[in-house]
Ligand binder design. Structure first.
Ligand SMILES: [Zn+2]
Length: 429
């Protein structure tokens, strides 16, 4: 079973770990994987997709989000952080499977329509999100979050074990150990999480060094900075994913690089929540650390459009460094091939055997004009948004085709929005 994406105006992707742009490209997909490029790889009996007037690119990986938090889109948005958080926690005590499912579905629709093919999610009721993921056919890394201030860690551990065994052989869902942060999870729980990660061989995904308050709290309680603290407990390894790192010291970067831990930049969230600080992207890149990009949740962004997030990442980095050292290709790498590496997959590339998660953009979109080989990447990172996505394939399956699905998904999103409003109404001022 396969597809031939025939005569794309351009294909832009990673081949042999180099960014390549090919004009008039034909790409063959077989059994969920990239089989080859060019007419030579043409396979008889495969379904043809006319790729004329389109640009083929890798699907985008949203390496950190909280999909059910579309519940909180526009909710006390302009309040100071402590008030905003206390309002959100009030609602979170009342959550149930159904409302998490509805909110997650709304986010997943938005992500598919804007070219995201995989995401890492941290939220309660991951089972509800997993069911929606399988219904829509994209990829997700999911798992119940450890957060001692909200939930009994023993209960979370049981939930994690069940979740991990249920999805152990899933092609689309990858179980992970979600940990909220070092300030909401106690020392004993962190030590237990390390044992669980080793025993179940699952990655750990944690917010770290996001705010100054967090750093001060950990330093005054434990005498060390957050990354040092995690390292002392044995958690820094190639199986660890650290999100934010806005307030991190040089020597902590050395610890991360030495262990081969992964890091995720969420620029819009950092700006919107006014957490300030600086994610040291260039230093991390120079040290060879794998960097992904995430939107964070719809409460703190509020969009899930990864095209916008790539642009934000470049802009924030340039604003912080006062130079143009961070280029379009750095964030394109972070949002594609690196995102897949963080998920533990060979993807974001057009080599034979890469997972067939690709997006077709409408090359006639005004945002892409004037279009040439030399400005294609710039146009993708700095000009287009998710609205130019026409077609999305994940695992070699066609999961979104604008001409077929656009109106139905819009209707579905409106219905989900109404359901969310019914739930959230009683918490509004
Ligand atoms: Zn987050």
């Amino acid at each position: 079973m396969g597809y031939v994406l025939k005569d794309c105006d351009y294909a832009i992707s990673w081949i042999n770990d180099e960014l390549r742009i090919i004009k008039n490209a034909t790409v063959v997909i077989e059994d969920g994987l990239i089989a080859g490029i060019g007419e030579g790889a043409y396979s008889r009996g495969f379904e043809n997709i006319d790729c004329k007037d389109h640009i083929l690119m890798p699907g985008l990986v949203n390496a950190h989000t909280h999909t059910p938090m579309s519940l909180f889109r526009g909710f006390f948005d302009d309040a100071e952080l402590p008030l905003w958080l206390s309002k959100i926690w009030n609602v979170e005590r009342e959550l149930n499977h159904n409302i998490v499912s509805a909110a997650s579905e709304l986010s997943i629709i938005e992500m598919i329509m804007s070219g995201t093919t995989a995401f890492t999610d941290q939220y309660f009721y991951p089972q509800a999100t997993a069911e929606v993921v399988l219904k829509y056919g994209l990829r997700a890394a999911l798992g119940p979050p450890f957060m001692d201030t909200m939930r009994d860690p023993k209960q979370v551990e049981n939930e994690l074990r069940n979740f991990a065994s249920e999805y152990a052989s899933s092609q689309l869902i990858r179980p992970i150990i979600n940990v909220h942060s070092v300030y909401t999870v106690g020392r004993d729980t962190l030590l237990r999480i390390k044992e669980l990660s080793d025993e179940l061989n699952l990655p750990i995904h944690i917010h770290a060094s996001e705010t100054r308050d967090e750093v001060y709290e950990i330093k005054s309680k434990h005498g060390v900075f957050p990354v040092e603290y995690l390292n002392a407990l044995g958690l820094i390894s190639s199986n660890l994913q650290l999100v934010h790192l806005g307030w991190v010291t040089n020597w902590e970067l050395g610890i991360i690089a030495k262990a081969g831990a992964k890091v995720i930049h969420a620029p819009t969230s950092n700006m919107k929540l006014a957490t300030a600080g600086h994610f040291p992207m260039r230093e991390l890149m120079d040290m060879g650390v794998i960097i992904g990009i995430g939107t964070d949740g719809p409460a703190s962004n509020n969009s899930l459009d990864m095209f916008r997030e790539m642009k934000m990442a470049v802009l924030l980095q340039r604003h912080s460094y006062w130079d143009v050292g961070i280029k379009a290709h750095h964030v394109f790498r972070a949002a594609t091939i690196n995102g897949y590496t963080i998920l533990g997959l060979r993807g974001g590339c057009l080599d034979r055997g890469c997972v067939a998660d690709v997006v077709l953009l409408d090359s006639k979109n005004p945002q892409l004009q004037p279009l040439r080989t030399d400005n294609l990447l710039s146009n993708i990172v700095y000009s287009v948004d998710g609205s130019s996505v026409d077609l999305v394939l994940v695992n070699g399956r066609l999961i979104y085709e604008k001409s077929r699905d656009y109106y139905a998904l819009r209707e579905r999103a409106v219905r989900l929005g109404k359901e969310i409003n019914e739930f959230i109404g009683r918490f509004l001022p």
